[in-house]
Design a binder for this molecule. Structure first.
Ligand SMILES: [Ca+2]
Ligand SMILES: [Ca+2]
Ligand SMILES: [Ca+2]
Length: 434
């Protein structure tokens, strides 16, 4: 409020136009003096004119006119007029003297007013500067006022937030009061538990002493374990060294593996080429086999119809058959037959199966010339022909253990015997056909 009282409104300041009007008003005394001097000059001029008329006209009339009495009368009247004019002139002179004195006073007043005007002018300049400073202060204060207003608004918002926070805190306080009551109840319970725990603590203290004794024992064992650990640590370092060596070897092996992979790819390409050659050769082989069969038929019909079999061999139709007394696996059995100029038997008809069955003793099993080792489930005879007519036992072939790839026949007293697939490494009797 004190600062506001210092401030003036815009109307309180003296504008330059108002100051100019004041100076105009102060020039009026000099104007009055000028007017009065003009009037005085006019009065003096009228006096001179009257005096001239008296001496020139009246005197001339008195010397020329015989009617002396009337002229005397007119001269008296002029004398009276002159006296009146003289008295009036004296009054005017007195007024002139007064006016001259008044002008001197006015001149002094004018000088004093001029000095005062200069002082006012200097004061005006000071006031103008002061006004500028106050105006600058006013704008500064106005800006501060705006900032304070903004701060006040922010404070108002903060106040509202604090009020909301206060309400929240009051709610929290109520909750805390409730929790305090619950905690007091809990404290009572805990005190009871504390007493109980105190008694437990005494018991535990006794136990602790016992455990201390155990601890000492365990500490000794721990020292022993520490020694063992150190030994293990040394062993671990040795293993780490070995691991590093193995890692280097692994890297070398990986390099070798990549080289082998590349070589494998090359071999695969080569294998494809070889398979194509093989297919071509198989085609050629089939043609040759057909020729062989035709020649075989010609041979059988022309010269070997009654070809005798070797000792220990049995004759059936065009072939001779041999049953071994010793047992071999399937591969060795086949080699055994080949060494004798024969091969494992190929059964082409039910009559041949029945004949073979008759060569065996009761329930005897013997290898025959069929296998599915090339393709699981596709059975082939040793002469390269597929197995078409079959005499499998019930449930066969079952390929137990995924390793039963060779065929045998089992003697049956009724029927023609039955086949079974068996592990090729199993040793059995064998039947050759020549
Ligand atoms: Ca045969
Ligand atoms: Ca098989
Ligand atoms: Ca089987």
């Amino acid at each position: 409020m004190g600062k506001k009282s210092i401030l003036r409104t815009d109307t309180d300041f003296i504008s330059p136009s108002q100051l100019k009007v004041d100076f105009q008003r102060r020039k009026q005394p000099s104007r009055c003096v000028t007017v009065c001097l003009g009037l005085l000059c006019a009065v003096l001029l009228a006096g001179n004119i009257g005096q001239f008329i008296y001496y020139e006209i009246i005197s001339r009339l008195a010397s020329a006119d015989p009617t002396q009495t009337s002229l005397q009368f007119q001269g008296d009247r002029l004398q009276d007029g002159y006296d009146a004019s003289t008295a009036e002139r004296k009054q005017l002179e007195a007024k002139l003297s007064n006016l001259t004195e008044e002008r001197g006073q006015l001149q002094q007043s004018y000088t004093a007013l001029t000095t005062e005007r200069n002082e006012f002018k200097a004061s005006f300049n000071n006031l103008t500067n002061e006004n500028d400073q106050i105006e600058a202060s006013y704008y500064t204060l106005k800006r501060e006022n705006d900032q304070l207003q903004t701060s006040y608004n922010n404070m108002q918002k903060s106040h509202n937030n604090l009020t909301a926070t206060k309400d929240q805190l009051q709610t929290n306080n109520s909750n805390l009061q409730r929790e305090k009551d619950e905690l007091q109840t809990l404290c009572i319970t805990l005190r009871e538990n504390r007493d109980q725990l105190q008694s437990n603590y005494s018991s535990l203290k006794i136990n602790k002493e016992q455990l201390q004794a155990s601890y000492n024992t365990l500490k000794q064992e721990s020292n022993q374990l520490q020694t063992s650990y150190n030994n293990m640590q040394k062993r671990l370092e040795e293993l780490q060294t070995n691991h590093n060596n193995l890692t280097a070897a692994k890297d070398q092996l990986q390099t070798n593996n990549r080289n082998l992979q590349r070589e494998k790819d090359e071999l695969r390409t080569l294998s494809i080429t070889l398979r194509e050659n093989r297919d071509q050769l198989q085609s050629n082989c089939s043609s040759l086999k057909i020729n062989k069969d035709q020649l075989q038929i010609s041979f059988n019909t022309t010269s070997t119809t009654d070809r005798p079999c070797q000792t220990s061999w049995s004759k059936f139709e065009m072939s001779c058959y041999f049953v071994s007394t010793e047992k071999k696996n399937w591969e060795h059995s086949r080699r055994h037959c080949i060494r004798k100029g024969a091969d494992l038997v190929v059964i082409d008809s039910k009559a041949e199966q029945a004949f073979v069955n008759g060569l065996l003793t009761s329930d005897q099993e013997a290898w025959i010339g069929m296998t599915d080792s090339a393709t699981e489930g596709t059975w082939m005879w040793v002469d390269g022909t597929p197995v078409t007519t079959t005499y499998w036992d019930a449930g066969q072939p079952d390929n137990v253990g995924w390793v039963q790839d060779c065929g045998d026949t089992k003697q049956k007293s009724s029927g023609v015997g039955v086949w079974n697939d068996e592990r090729c490494s199993t040793k059995k009797n064998l039947i050759c056909e020549q």
